[in-house]
Design a protein around this ligand. Structure first.
Ligand code: TRP
Ligand code: SF4
Length: 329
């Protein structure tokens, strides 16, 4: 007999096709967690509304993203995969949390401050301010032990713990405090050497076929000091080498580093070695994700079945919550 597995919950905004940065930063870890934990993973589509109220691309982006989830190995038999808006209990819990949360807590959240400063948002919406509180509801609804996230999300998990405490004190104890499970994120540069990002147009996608990956990697930025084949280079400042660190076995990678420093190999030789390891690593994922992308009806079924399972948990939590809040005779 195996004891009950600890529960894990995480979410991703529906940003469409998953690139290597998203994969190595989150999805790959989600897949591995399935072996040891009871996992809940959801598409944070209400959160997407804080970026843009034009939802034209959201349904299609959801299908593409979940095709990548399934292609990468998330298994709907082992994990519960669902769409946030199909579990409307999240909204009710968010409302009740809003009654115990000082506005000052939300105004101090770093992601909120960055958003309004960097994008020069003069009149931020109530929803944008409340984003981390909706996230607290997403999380606490499932009473998970762990929330796997990147470092940028840790303040949101901290806020979640504070909200759990406030609720438990104001009413009766319902919510245990979860912990962030920090994902070790390797440096994943895009083809121009900057951080890989959809908005920079420098991304390699899980859905890219080999010829597209080759076309993106061949002209990739390298050590800028290495202008000619005869110039020695420095792998420590080369984005191609950052990818070698992720995909190329140590012995071959070291041979590339030495070849680079002594001008024994050219950058195209070096990129060929990378491609020999990168391309096969993505073959299986791409073939699987493509089959799912061609069957959006299957994806919709998976998400509906996931929402059914998630709602059973959410409804049980809300029964407790309504009892604790004690509003109706
Ligand atoms: N805020 C997260 C992000 O931007 C997405 C998210 C929403 C989330 N709700 C969550 C992550 C709950 C973990 C748990 O990436
Ligand atoms: Fe980068 Fe490789 Fe060229 Fe060196 S040889 S600069 S590591 S691509």
């Amino acid at each position: 007999m195996t004891g009950a597995r600890e529960r894990v919950l995480s979410g991703m905004r529906p940003s469409g096709k998953v690139h290597l940065g998203n994969y190595l930063g989150a999805l790959d870890n989600w897949v591995k967690l399935q072996d040891a934990y009871e996992c809940y993973y959801f598409v944070a589509n209400w959160h997407a509304l804080t970026d843009d109220t034009d939802t034209t691309t959201v349904p299609g982006d959801t299908v593409e993203m979940v095709a990548d989830w399934l292609g990468a190995g998330l298994d709907p038999h082992r994990s519960t995969l669902f769409i946030q808006s199909q579990v409307p209990e999240h909204a009710e819990l968010h409302l009740l949390f809003s009654m115990v949360t000082p506005v000052g807590w939300l105004e101090r959240v770093p992601t909120y401050r960055e958003r309004i400063e960097q994008q020069g948002i003069a009149s931020p919406s109530y929803g944008l301010l409340g984003y981390p509180l909706l996230q607290a509801a997403d999380i606490l609804m499932y009473k998970p032990r762990w929330v796997p996230v990147g470092a940028d999300q840790v303040p949101h998990v901290e806020l979640t713990r504070e909200v759990a405490r406030r609720f438990n004190n104001a009413f009766t104890p319902v919510f245990p405090e979860p912990d962030a499970k920090l994902t070790e994120i390797p440096k994943v540069p895009g083809t121009d050497g900057r951080k890989m990002s959809k908005s920079y147009g420098n991304a390699i996608y899980l859905s890219d076929p080999p010829d597209v990956i080759i076309r993106k990697v061949k002209p990739m930025v390298t050590d800028p000091a290495r202008k000619r084949r005869s110039d020695p280079g420095n792998p420590d400042v080369c984005p191609v080498f950052d990818l070698h660190k992720i995909f190329t076995p140590a012995a071959e990678r070291e041979a590339c580093a030495t070849g680079c420093r002594t001008a024994g190999i050219g950058c195209l030789d070096c990129k060929d070695v990378l491609l020999r390891h990168l391309v096969p690593r993505l073959d299986g994922i791409r073939e699987r994700r493509q089959k799912f992308a061609e069957r959006p009806d299957v994806i919709v079924d998976v998400l509906q079945e996931g929402a059914r399972r998630a709602r059973a948990v959410a409804q049980a939590t809300m029964e407790e919550v309504r009892g604790a809040v004690n509003l109706t005779p």
